[in-house]
Design a protein around this ligand. Sequence first.
Ligand SMILES: *Cc1c(COP(=O)(O)O)cnc(C)c1O
Length: 362
Amino acid sequence: MTASTLRSILTINTQALGENWHRLQAQAPQTPCAAVVKADGYGLGIVPVAKALWRAGARFFYVAHFEEALALRQTLPEAEIAVLNGLVAEPRAFLEARLRPVLNSLPELEAWGRLPAPAPANLHLDTGMARLGLDDDEQAALLQRPAMLKAMQRPFVMSHLASAEEPQDPSNRSQLDQLKAVTARLGLPVSFANSSGIFLGPDYHFDQLRPGVALYGANPTPGQVNPMRRVVRLECPILQVRSLPQDRAVGYNGTWRSAKPSRIATVPLGYADGFSRQHSNTAKLFWQGQPVPIVGRVSMDLVTLDLSDLDASQAPLPQAGDTLELLGDQQSVDHLAQSAHTIGYEILTSLGARYERRYEAA
Ligand SMILES: *Cc1c(COP(=O)(O)O)cnc(C)c1O
């Protein structure tokens, strides 16, 4: 391991990842639990993430892009790997790497049927996202020509929920009803529930769970206690601490001014690290359990924090070289997301490439 060079440190707990997979599997012990590892394992690094999930017991993996699937095949030679974005490469290229497309239209199903023999594939039915998958007319046409399904070996029919994290939203039930009506006539295994969908109950489980974000520690049940273990910690070392007289501006465009003599700390964390400029003057880091507000604009490589309200009787005040926590026990990805009016998914997938990344199993 290289010596620390005062970069922010992103620690990814592969043990917690595996445990989260088990916790999701335990919600439906009879239903195999796949793992969605698109976008570089939700920003955490697909190779260590996929290895940890495989060790935990996951055997079926979803990515978005064909290239992600090719790379994952190198890491997991035995896994089932499905490409959500569809038949985005030549069918033969899928076969050669033993990848399965998620067929998103009737023409894609037809193209798969032109292979010399049935090959593994998923078939995606749109039940309310209007994004990918067979639309209502295509589903009706398929029911007239069920022989088309013979193109698929070890098939899964799948659909995706639009509002699973809002259990009261009536669209969940209407998507479920449509999926049940069609799949009852197709007679094939079904995959429906994403992370939050798993917590909508057994009606939503079918034959395969398909979680992503909850594996990485985000809360699949917003408003309730997070049933998942925390996976990421992000710590930022203080480069400098300075004393500021009253009524001085901090950062680009002077969007914050000191109301009193202040202590300002600067840490290596910026929008080039995926730390959104939306966090300017709103987000907090933590020192020994106490919040430290970001003051001024988030800049490309740095943010500035106001140490002035820390309680020195609780813990010695932080100095240059000390480390503040951005993500960890004090602040979850979901909580940080709120200050930038976004979601934990975006916090995770924006985690930058310049952090020192450490993988630990604890
Ligand atoms: C991303 C994705 C998932 C995983 O969703 P989470 O909300 O992260 O659990 C499942 N299915 C499809 C089609 C997806 O695009």
